[in-house]
Design a protein around this ligand. Sequence first.
Ligand code: PEP
Ligand code: MN
Length: 346
Amino acid sequence: MIVVMRVGATEKEIAGVVQRIEDTGLKAHLSQGAERTIIGVVGQIFPELQDMLEILPGVEDVIRVSKPYKLASREFHPIDTIINVGGVSIGGKEVVVMAGPCAIESEEQVIETARAVKSAGATILRGGAYKPSTSPYSFRGLGRVGLELLAKAREATGLPIVTEVMAPEDVELVAEYADILQIGARNMQNFNLLVEVGKTTKPVMLKRGLSATIQEWLLAAEYILAQGNNQLMLCERGIRTFETYTRNTFDVSSIPIIEKVSHLPIIADPSHGTGKWYLVTPMALAAVAAGADGIMVEVHPNPDSALKDGAQSLTFDNFRRLMAQLQPIAEAVGRRLAAPQEKCLR
Ligand code: PEP
Ligand code: MN
């Protein structure tokens, strides 16, 4: 349920409504726009609540939210969420580019890649230290050592880092190093993990599950928001369909859908979305044209010898070409690419 306050409602009137909501054991979430304040109500809504709130001073309207996800919905929170990641804004006018290897393999590999992607214009470094892996025999990441190497790469380049956390018990450790905690596709419905990252104040990027509907994805987002962490962005990374030519079917349409139904920033990952390096650039361009707030792309110094996801990784040259093509697309849709910072503000 949302309470729409009148334009010019006073602080006292707003506080009165919040108090009334909390007195009934429900939670109130304030969304203060330039014009008016909207108060979201979550919890077990009872039938008399609407009448109770409608009569309070300063209230213009009380509306039931029809969607099963509340905190993630635009009805509830009409204003775009903008997340600050070490000084980089995600969800505003600028399009951010996250780039780096699938997995951290060595100090040389991650630092060389971080320098190359930064000089091409990337704003955030990606890289996995804890790798989800379909086969138990493939590379599963360097773990804590990988996190330390990522921190060195941040130190060397000033790029904030996004890295995956796979288990609730690792959240504390990964949060010490990461600037964005990534929840991978395979863990989109690992509810204990969602609750754990929801308890932190770190920005989180929630990837769409392998075969998750948009509604299931937003309900997973709701788990994180309900814990109080509103520094949340979503990431479209392709879904499983009958098509086998590509690794996944990259659902470009989910980008404008998320923008319509949710206030959360939406990032696109055309690397996992396609599985083939030569499809990454066209799908990255399509994603930004469709309104993505950022892209996440795998880049490797030598994709042929990558320990993971070499087939979908761009070389440094291909990444530079992608960046050159991305700028005019961003401008065509009224955006621009964010410039890399000298230092990550932590
Ligand atoms: C990744 O980003 O490295 C990754 C494993 O992606 P996903 O969870 O989308 O498969
Ligand atoms: Mn990968």
